[in-house]
Design a protein. Sequence first.
Length: 261
Amino acid sequence: MAKLVVPGGNGFIGTEICRVAVQNGHEVAAFGRTGRPALTPARHPWVQDVEWRAADVFAPDTWRDLLDGTDAVVHTIATIREHPDRDVTFDRVNAESALRAAEAAVAADVGAVVFLSVRDKPPLVPYAFLSAKRRAERALREDHPSLRTVTLRPNLVYGARKTGTPTLAAVLNQAQGMRPHPYATAEGRPLPVEFVAAAAVQAAVTSTMEGTLTVPQIDDIGRTSGLVDPNAASTPSLAPLLVGLGGTALGAWLLRRWRAS
């Protein structure tokens, strides 16, 4: 069994990675600015098996000790909205935070870093978002050759705990073939959060995995790895549309929810 450290582990995808890792017997430590997520042990008993910490990735002294005995760092910190007045920029959050984590991992003799990136630019999000992700990918490979690096490139990741994403996934799936956006293609289709988490954990603990995982590869790992039950994965839903939301209103509502999260 492996020990994983998950920067951003209290976020939507991060918590699922922690859950999948713990339920498959791995030791997990996770940190974020707010520490432990708002999940009750009664409904989510696995949260008690994670070592949670409130820490800032840019202040490594607040979390560096978590790396003792760690096999892999799984970086999930990201933002799709900038707030320069609060020092929240795409480059700082989506790229520099990963490179800081990688530097700490190298110093602690951690063998691998798994980086959650993206295949295509999300709708209505500036290209600087994608540029920052790509910069991080390049720097992880070039600046830290001693690390085994695996990059996951999903597009929309959906699940019940991320309001609106199952409906948006259903809309994008229905749009496949019309090609209005890369998120509505077979190569860039939405993925359930359980499959993305399974791929991240598999990448972290498999010494032969390296490089970039595409949407079809992530989907395949989620279905076949045995880390999650494919039949229990999140499913797209057009329910809000069926109860009366019009197409334009639905799209605007979903995009607002997505960008606000």
